[in-house]
Design a protein around this ligand. Structure first.
Ligand SMILES: C[S@@+](CC[C@H](N)C(=O)[O-])C[C@H]1O[C@@H](n2cnc3c(N)ncnc32)[C@H](O)[C@@H]1O
Length: 209
């Protein structure tokens, strides 16, 4: 009896560990290339990586937009924001600006962006309504927002619950349907919904008209 309980516990720990590894995995070069194609990034554009973490997506975007373009990397977490600033200095990047994000505000200039990306960030937003309004304001008319996220994962919800988010998320993650409804309610026009994104994720692209 005790043996069965401990093997069930080990399975649970394993599921939680796998879920955590998947959730923390940085964007691969294949994933970034797919995003670049989907959003049609071009030289000269302004692109923001909101909740950039280690900044893989933003640093790749900086190569595409080139000297005439600009990339904003935003982070709520001060330590991560400082890490991004160090990395920008080390790489001597002239076309990348790091921004301290806020809970309800991107803190990006108004109507600055051709494209904004949130990868695995949206389900952490504790004030999604206000942040959606801020994201919309940060885009140029015709600009696009891509949200890469995943449905709630059981193991992750148990091992690493997200604090302070709306109850309708149903765990660590966000159902695609709820994300689409929230973006529409904020005034975005849904352009594309890609269901087969890497690591059991999805990608929703929405436009500011
Ligand atoms: C799971 S990490 C994803 C990091 C990165 N985008 C990636 O794909 O590896 C979620 C990040 O969102 C950041 N975050 C949460 N709320 C935020 C907000 N309101 N504005 C900006 N960043 C936020 C967290 O500090 C954290 O670094």
């Amino acid at each position: 009896m005790r043996k069965r309980a401990s093997s069930a516990q080990s399975r649970l720990v394993l599921v939680a560990l796998i879920a955590m590894v998947l959730a923390l995995a940085p964007a691969s070069s294949e994933e970034i290339a797919r995003l670049q194609k989907l959003m049609e990034w071009k030289a000269g554009q302004t692109i923001a990586d909101v909740g950039a973490g280690e900044g893989e997506i933003g640093f790749a975007a900086a190569k595409v937009v080139g000297e005439q373009g600009r990339v904003y990397l935003t982070e709520l977490d001060e330590k991560k924001r400082k890490g991004l600033e160090d990395e920008v200095r080390t790489r001597a990047l002239k076309n990348v600006t790091v921004v301290q994000a806020a809970v309800k505000e991107t803190n990006l200039p108004v109507a600055c962006c051709d494209a904004i990306v949130l990868r695995r960030v949206y389900h952490h937003l504790t004030a999604p309504g206000e942040m959606d309004a801020s994201l919309l304001r940060s885009l140029k008319p015709g600009g696009e927002l891509a949200v890469i996220d995943f449905s709630p994962r059981k193991g992750l919800s148990e091992s690493d619950p997200v604090e302070g988010v709306p109850a309708n998320r149903g765990g660590h993650g966000i159902p695609q349907k709820i994300l689409v409804e929230e973006l529409k309610a904020a005034g975005f026009k849904i352009q594309k919904v890609v269901g087969d994104w890497p690591e059991d994720s999805y990608c929703v692209v929405a436009k500011r008209e």
